[in-house]
Design a protein around this ligand. Structure first.
Ligand code: ADP
Length: 499
């Protein structure tokens, strides 16, 4: 605090004393204001900032004691000094009680006065410094708590699970995603050890072993754990290092890689399919052609014809597979990219029925269609729906032995339409029925009976149905037959009143 920045108010009804004090202080370059009594002084400290107030006690209008009391109400950091011609011990004690910092009896020498003022200014400096420190501390505490709650909010919103532990393996933090991923038995986990907490012992052992390794700075290999619900988690565990470079705990980030694993499996299935399903028929075709070209069948037209026809059948199988794979990728494209419009499903079914008439006739299948009149329209993609029904009807014919029956029906209520494709074919077991909509899955009896197929048609059908916000189900009994039912939502007529 520079002398020229210091502002002092002198309050005294005695003009000589007032001016005397002013002169002494102005020598030191302080800014000085004057007031004749307490009331006048009070007005001044309300309208301006003072560091010190020097006040007399006995004054008209408002005396020094009352003035001291009022100063505290306006600003507690103003330091008051009392000067009085009526110096008694009682007066001094009362003045200090009212908040005076120092007391000086009149008459006094300039030096005595200056010393008192300088001490009071030192007090003022300390008060201001303390106040500044307090404000800084409050600001830091506020910033710290804002920062803490911001970090916590971010961690709590993360889709990855986060678990922080100390070196004793006790949990310091666990976000809701981790609680959900680990299906924790207890919710209040802070302070508990990881061991004994998780519902999966394998997971528990792997995580606590990894935590220990990291705390002792051992290299950690990447690992995966599978939860009870079959979800695959990939924990990424790293040490928490403090400013001194010591390891004070670990933080584990759990990433749910179940979907990635599914895709990996699909890729593996696909490679498997390419190596078996594509290679085998191609190899067979090549074999038959080599036999013919090598002249082994020369002069045996019947044998030659049989080899050529076998080659054609295998080529046909390959074509089916390639077409199914193309359909699958087409079905995987989002419906938003496809044209959706009101569709009368009965007309699509009639076209499908017509298309397979010949095939059914060749197998002497009793092939019929029984559509409900006035089927409500649905919102859909005609081409995709046609592909869906073609898959179901061709399967029904393919898996129904000669002289069996295939029936296509439709029904509806206000909200949904039901399309059923019923056959009296080979059927399938309950276990197979639960899996036939999976990609590349073929039921055991179909494979055993050597009925050719790719295991992709129903996976395509399911994707198309789901893109139309519907669902597909199968009811089947071995050697009795199957019914595939597609349920699709109708277009709600918003002009109709709800009754
Ligand atoms: P695929 O090309 O093998 O017919 P799909 O995905 O269309 O492939 O069908 C999957 C499996 O479901 C078939 O391999 C077959 O085992 C079984 N399946 C499908 N439709 C029928 C049906 N109508 N009757 C009996 N089994 C069927």
């Amino acid at each position: 605090m520079q002398a020229q920045d210091v502002k002092i108010l002198i309050v005294d009804d005695d003009e000589i004393s007032r001016i005397g004090c002013e002169r002494i202080l102005e020598v030191s370059d302080y800014k000085v204001d004057l007031a004749e009594n307490g009331l006048d002084g009070l007005e001044k400290i309300k309208s301006s900032d003072y560091d010190l107030v020097v006040t007399d006690l006995m004054m008209p209008k408002m005396g020094g004691m009352e003035f001291l009391q009022e100063i505290r109400k306006v600003d507690e950091k103003i330091v008051p000094i009392v000067i009085t011609g009526y110096a008694t011990i009682e007066n001094a004690v009362d003045a200090v009680k009212m908040g005076a910092y120092d007391y000086l009896a009149k008459p006094f020498t300039p030096d005595e006065f200056r010393t008192k003022v300088e001490r009071a200014l030192e007090k003022r400096r300390l008060l201001l410094e303390t106040e500044q420190l307090r404000q800084e501390r409050d600001k830091n505490m506020l910033e710290h708590s804002i920062e803490k709650s911001r970090t916590l909010t971010i961690v709590n919103c993360m889709s990855e699970g986060v678990i922080a532990t100390n070196t004793a393996g006790q949990i310091l933090l666990m976000n809701p995603a981790a609680v959900k991923m680990l299906r924790l038995k207890h919710h209040n986990v802070i302070g508990k050890k990881v061991t004994g907490l998780l519902s999966n012992t394998d997971l528990e052992e792997k995580i606590s072993a990894a935590l220990k390794k990291v705390t002792s700075c051992e290299i950690l290999e990447r690992f995966e754990v599978t939860t009870g619900e079959g979800r695959v988690l990939q924990p990424n565990i790293t040490p928490i290092i403090n400013e001194k470079g010591e390891c004070i705990g670990t933080v584990a980030v759990l990433i749910d890689v179940t979907e990635e694993k599914k895709i990996e499996k699909m890729k593996a299935d696909f490679l498997n399919l390419v190596s078996h399903e594509l290679k085998a028929p191609l190899g067979a075709i090549e074999g038959y052609l080599n036999i013919i070209l090598d002249g082994v069948t020369a002069g045996q037209p019947e044998k030659e014809k049989s080899f050529i026809s076998k080659s054609r059948d295998r080529a046909h199988e390959l074509l089916d597979l390639v077409n199914d794979l193309l359909d699958l990728t087409r079905a995987e494209r989002k419906i938003s990219a496809k044209v959706m419009s009101p569709v009368d499903v009965n007309t699509v079914l009639m076209d499908t029925f017509e298309f397979y008439k010949n095939e059914a006739k060749t197998k002497s299948i009793n092939y019929t269609i029984d559509l409900t009149a006035a089927l409500p329209k649905i919102r859909g993609n005609r081409e995709e729906l046609s592909r869906l029904f073609a898959n179901l009807v061709s399967n029904a014919i393919k898996y129904t032995p000669a002289k069996g029956q295939v029936l296509i029906t439709t029904e509806s209520n206000e909200k949904q339409i039901y399309i059923a494709i019923k056959d009296t074919g080979i059927g399938m077991s309950k276990e197979d029925a639960a899996k036939v909509f999976d990609e590349f899955y073929r039921a055991g009896n179909a494979v055993a009976k050597k009925i050719s197929g790719t295991g992709l048609g129903l996976a395509i059908a399911k994707k198309i149905v789901e893109e139309h916000n519907g669902y597909i189900e199968v009811e089947s009994e071995l050697e009795k037959g199957s019914t595939f039912t597609v349920i699709l939502p109708v277009i709600i007529d918003s002009t109709k009143k709800n009754n």
